[in-house]
Unconditional design. Structure first.
Length: 308
């Protein structure tokens, strides 16, 4: 029997999807890929394979989960199986450099970014900025390595101090700091390469941006707000020309399901800075708006299964 196969390494993030699949009586199988054995001479089963591997998998003691998933996706695609979020999607999930070059190829503006490997090289790269800048990991997820710096001396103290956060792939990005008009970012959700909804995410108390994760980045990225408000709010009737560019970007890079984040500066310019192909949703925000991202994914996967 053909099934939906869920490729992942985080049960907590996947549980809501399983619940929606069960509500629709859709057959599925869980493929937890922290480790395993793969015989390339054997044919894969028939079905729809949904890749939910995360760039931050190594932070959950699944050091080689992403690499193993890459080999499995290559195997599936070799046999012509239906893969939702292909090997190319995984490549972009685990490399912000790959994201930015792919976004730029579609005419999508990203923050000025310099790539550095090595502590001295990080400091040298930052000297090209005459304004505040941030550092982040090339292989990110959960805001890994995100720090705001006002000057080179602060960066030197961080890089040469005990708190330096070494990227898992050794690649640090030094990026211009985009000063927003208000302390929030916008995350646009896509399913089947079609826009689902946009979420306004409050960043006034840091960049804890994953709707389903309890991480917190204390980097003083934005000033602390005085009025309590929901961190995640779905924007009713969101429309912007950037959505068409995002859909073209997803098509060009064989990405089916993703959350794309942008920040708008004080001049109204949009800077896109993250593509998350292992997208999660905030249940409180969805309850208020009467929407369900995981429900929409389950329906989409069921439709793709039916096509087989």
């Amino acid at each position: 029997m053909k099934k939906i196969y869920i490729i992942h390494e985080n049960n907590e993030w996947t549980a809501p999807l399983k619940g929606k699949l069960e509500e629709l009586n859709l057959p599925y199988e869980d493929w937890f890929l922290d480790k395993g054995v793969l015989d390339l001479s054997e044919e894969p089963p028939e079905g729809v394979f949904y890749n939910r591997m995360s760039a931050s998998s190594h932070t959950r003691d699944h050091r080689f989960a992403a690499e193993y998933t890459g080999t499995l996706l290559a195997w599936l695609e070799r046999y012509g199986r239906k893969v939702i979020n292909t090997g190319r999607a995984l490549q972009l999930e685990i490399s912000k450099v790959a994201q930015y070059t792919a976004l730029n190829a579609q005419g999508i503006r990203t923050p000025q970014t310099i790539v550095a490997v090595g502590k001295e090289e990080i400091v040298e790269a930052a000297k090209k900025f005459d304004r505040p800048f941030i550092t982040k990991h090339n292989r990110g997820g959960k805001g890994l390595g995100v720090q705001l710096f006002q000057n080179i001396e602060a960066l030197k103290a961080y890089v040469n101090g005990p708190g330096f956060d070494e990227p898992i792939d050794g690649i640090t990005l030094i990026q211009e700091y985009i000063q927003p008009e208000e302390p929030f970012i916008t995350r646009c959700e896509f399913i089947g390469r079609k826009f689902l909804y946009a979420v306004r995410v409050d960043t006034s108390q840091g960049f804890q941006l994953c709707p389903a994760d309890a991480c917190q980045i204390g980097d003083a990225f934005c000033p602390v707000g005085e009025i309590e408000k929901p961190k995640f709010q779905i924007i009713e009737g969101f429309a912007n020309p950037i959505l068409e560019k995002y859909e073209r970007f997803l098509e060009a890079n064989k990405i089916h399901i993703a959350g794309i984040e942008f920040i708008m500066d004080r001049n109204g310019e949009i800077f896109t800075y993250d593509v998350n192909t292992n997208t999660n949703y905030n249940s409180d925000a969805e309850a208020i708006a009467g929407l369900s991202g995981m429900g929409a994914i389950a329906k989409y996967l069921g439709e793709e299964l039916q096509k087989l």
